[in-house]
Write a protein that binds this ligand. Structure first.
Ligand code: COA
Length: 164
């Protein structure tokens, strides 16, 4: 049986923190789907197509990782792709309460699913997509936070497209 895991997130944009989790999980499971979700609580900077492109480019050398997207509930997506494992990264204690709620809600909706937590590399414990966006927006250097191609896309958004 293929051991398949799903790593969901809004990835707006993907950071080195996400990539650290992706690489480590890819070593544990036979197949990892990085699934871009619409988080209804957030207004994304990048379109879904842009987020897919950045993620695909970032994971292109990892053979057992693919990128997909979904609307609606994560558990419905899991059922559709026949996966039962949800992967989440834990950065700090502050992540715990939200993750705890999500894991319990997902378990209630789909009792066969399990949420697996990986502790984020301490180098990225402070990092978030919003932080990378804010630093780039105000002209700071994001080269240690996101892949080069993402840094360029951020630059283009804030400088060329003049997004506020
Ligand atoms: N390294 C660096 N940053 C990380 C990280 C890591 N390892 N892990 C998380 N982050 C960052 C993310 O970039 C994100 O930053 P942002 O808030 O600035 O965008 C932040 O931490 C929160 O990440 P996460 O908790 O993964 O939120 P998300 O918006 O990326 O994903 C969903 C949340 C999409 C997985 C969740 O809303 C969902 O499952 N939605 C579908 C609907 C559903 O089924 N809901 C559950 C039923 S109750």
């Amino acid at each position: 049986m293929v051991r398949k895991a799903v790593y969901p997130g809004s990835f707006d944009p993907v950071t080195y923190g996400h990539l650290d989790i992706i690489k480590r999980v890819a070593n544990i499971y036979d197949e990892l789907i990085v699934a871009i979700a619409q988080n209804v609580a957030k207004v994304p900077l990048f379109t879904l197509e842009e987020r897919i492109e950045m993620l695909r480019e970032s994971v292109k050398d990892i053979k057992n990782v693919c990128v997909d997207y979904f609307d609606g509930l994560l558990v419905d997506y899991l059922k559709r792709v026949e996966a039962k494992i949800i992967v989440r990264g834990l950065r700090a204690v502050s992540d715990f309460e939200y993750e705890f709620q999500q894991a319990l809600a997902n378990k209630k909706l789909y009792p066969e699913c399990e949420t697996i937590f990986l502790v984020t590399d301490s180098k990225y414990a402070y990092l978030s997509s919003s932080m990378a966006k804010e630093i780039s927006k105000f002209g700071g250097c994001v080269k240690d936070l996101v892949p080069d191609m993402v840094a360029k896309k951020l630059y283009m958004k804030f400088r060329t497209e003049n997004v506020k």
